[in-house]
Design a binder for this molecule. Structure first.
Ligand code: PLP
Length: 254
């Protein structure tokens, strides 16, 4: 009997992320999303968290050396087609990730700026946010903030500054593109409008709002986009495919 070698044909995404013991978000969600999309996962764990859906009980950040070594060994072993970054925890880890990725500047990087859990637990401290802005953003192909994250990362701007202007500020910091997730806007509106902003364009992407909430949507979206990029899609197609995957994930909770 011949055995098919799946890894010979499936692209590999390196996920740099934290674990969530409840399984609702983080690395487990990333692996589930990518496996369903026939993409293999290499991983560098940044932090271990104990969580329920209601609270973050404990966070243990790994050492920056350990994070860097995992990234190094993942690249040494597999052909990495894309990198997806989630929870980073602290500034030392942000810096370690930025340094480790310097040697691989041809690989697209999707960064979900994980700052808080839905329950309000801090998943990246303030110094970590500064390091993310100054050291990691210039290496990022696509940033996927939700509205609170976008406002936090552009806090210097006046309240009435448009979402597109805020995204363009992040592009000036070095990120190539920003997908602003509209899910937190006007909870009673019929539509959710995400917005893909690049140097050249600003593309609104609208969908009907589903009457459900589910943890892990941010992880699912960024993972699905990374999987599509790893499979060779362009950025616009990858964002559209990622949004379809989130829709199906939310429909699974209805
Ligand atoms: N915990 C971990 C380890 C995460 O990586 C994330 C998001 O990426 C979260 C929690 C936040 O997920 P949620 O907003 O669904 O609580």
């Amino acid at each position: 009997m011949s055995m098919r070698n799946v890894s010979a044909t499936s692209p590999v995404v390196l996920v740099i992320a934290g674990t969530d013991s409840s399984g609702g978000a983080g690395l487990v969600r990333d692996i589930a999303t990518m496996t369903a999309l026939n993409v293999e996962v290499a991983c560098a764990v940044t932090a271990v968290t104990a969580q329920t859906d209601q609270r973050v009980s404990a966070v243990l950040c790994l050492s920056p050396e350990m994070v860097q070594q995992q990234i190094h060994d993942a690249f040494a072993t597999r052909h990495i087609a894309a990198v997806k970054i989630g929870m980073l925890g602290n500034a030392a880890i942000v810096q370690a990730v930025a340094l480790a990725l310097q040697q691989h500047d041809d690989v697209p990087v999707i960064l979900d700026p994980v700052l808080l859990s839905s329950s309000g637990g801090v998943l990246l401290d303030a110094a970590g946010v500064d390091a993310l802005m100054s050291q990691l953003l210039p290496r990022v192909t696509l940033l996927t903030p939700n509205l609170p994250e976008l406002h936090y990362l552009t806090a210097g701007y006046a309240a009435q500054t448009s979402l597109e202007q805020r995204a363009r500020y992040l592009i000036k910091q070095g990120v190539q593109a920003v997908l602003v997730k509209g899910g937190h806007a006007e909870p009673h509106a019929d539509e959710v409008v995400d917005m893909l902003v690049t140097v050249q364009t600003c593309i609104p992407m609208a969908a009907s709002r589903l009457p459900v909430q589910r943890r892990g949507t941010g992880c699912t979206l960024a993972s699905a986009i990374a999987a599509s990029l790893a499979r060779g899609s362009d950025l616009i197609a990858a964002c559209q495919q990622g949004r379809q995957v989130v829709l199906a994930y939310l429909q699974g909770a209805e």
